[in-house]
Ligand binder design. Structure first.
Ligand code: EPU
Length: 331
């Protein structure tokens, strides 16, 4: 939030009527008690998953700067860590890897902060953050503390209870995680195992480096090209729908979900629809990963919305499947 500009990885120049940053639970409670947290308000993390549709947000933007990573308990096989919502997600992953704790390494280099990770249920390479979370600590908009156990968070693919409109009254302050001290890797997604084939032994730092290498080869650096990671979620379709598409596109990639459902990569459909690398105004579909929309420089929120609508339209007309933004649109 430098010079009143709200941090957002799309690189959009957006200001707000009021910006409030807090460094502790007490400071947040103080803002609330002083009547500073007025509606409308928006609670942001690193701004990695936000698309501001206008150049000014007519409300209060809240941002946690609560830091700290503290071991709260451990035994021979597990360690429990309490992490401030304002910690950078990848700093946490790096810390876990340096300590020899397993579980977070596949989530290396995901942009954003720890608080938002628990809201969004970030995921990559076969792991979701819900697999590591034990509870989420919050303060509500009246200043009351409430702790949500993992089972109360309604975690699903890129979804949680905290994304429901009526739950926006809860501000995440700390997230509690459980990691393993016992060797356990998840290497079955995509090309990870192939990348590791020549390594004399698989170690935590090596898995982290491999994930970082794969991500850097596919995903644009927001410092260079504004973006918010995957713009759409991968749609989940019935097996019937999948079978009929497979007859038409025998090489179509897919992931098993359950007995009735299959997930189809939206990036693949967008590429098939001819959008990969194509621009519309100042926004474009990234040329190395079609699930990502990028700001070519000087794009407005409206430019990115227009591109996303055009892409959705073409995917529906070619595949009969609706794709939905993963990115949160802010009015
Ligand atoms: N594909 C294409 N063309 C493309 C992009 C993808 O054909 O332009 C195909 C790939 O060849 C592959 C399949 O689609 O067969 C899946 O691609 P990839 O492994 O790159 O992953 P994704 O489904 O596009 C998801 C997550 C990413 C995460 C990766 C790896 C979502 C919305 N996105 O992308 O998460 O890094 O898997 O696990 O689920 C994010 O959420 O911001 C994000 C980057």
């Amino acid at each position: 939030m430098d010079n009143g500009i709200i941090k957002n990885t799309f690189g959009l120049k957006v200001t707000a009527a009021q910006l409030l940053e807090y460094h502790s639970e007490e400071e947040l409670i103080g803002f609330i008690a002083a009547g500073k947290v007025k509606t409308p308000y928006l609670h942001v993390g690193g701004g990695c998953n936000l698309l501001f549709m206008h150049e000014r947000y007519e409300g209060t933007v809240l941002h946690s700067q609560i830091k700290g990573m503290e071991v709260t308990a451990e035994n021979d096989s597990e360690v429990f860590i309490r992490v401030g919502a304002g910690e950078v997600w990848d700093d946490f992953v790096d810390y876990c890897v340096s300590q020899g704790w397993y579980g977070a390494e596949n989530l290396s280099l995901i942009p954003g902060e720890v608080g938002a990770s628990a809201v969004q249920n970030i995921g990559a390479y076969g792991v979701e953050v819900k697999d590591l979370i034990t509870s989420v600590e919050t303060i509500d908009n009246k200043g009351q503390k409430r702790v949500f156990q993992q089972s109360e968070c309604a975690y699903a693919y890129r979804d949680s209870v905290f994304k429901r409109p009526e739950m926006k009254i809860y501000f995440v302050t700390y997230v509690n995680f459980k990691l393993s001290k016992v060797v356990q890797f998840k290497l079955d997604y995509g090309t990870i195992r192939k990348e590791l084939a020549d390594a004399p032994s698989v170690t935590l730092p090596l898995v982290r480096q491999t994930i970082i290498k794969i991500r850097q080869s596919k995903l644009p650096d927001p410092q260079v090209l504004g973006n918010a990671g995957s713009f759409f979620t991968n749609p989940i379709v019935t097996r019937e729908k999948w079978q009929s598409l497979l007859a038409q596109y025998p090489n179509m990639p897919y992931y098993e979900v359950d007995e009735q459902h299959v997930k189809i990569p939206a990036g693949w459909m967008i590429e098939q629809a001819g959008w990969k690398g194509k621009a519309l105004g100042h926004a474009a579909v990234y040329d190395k990963q079609a699930l990502i929309l990028v700001n070519l420089g000087n794009a407005t929120g409206a430019d990115i919305v227009a591109l996303s609508e055009a892409v959705c339209r073409d995917v529906v007309s070619q595949f009969g499947i609706e794709i939905h933004p993963e990115v949160n649109f802010i009015e």
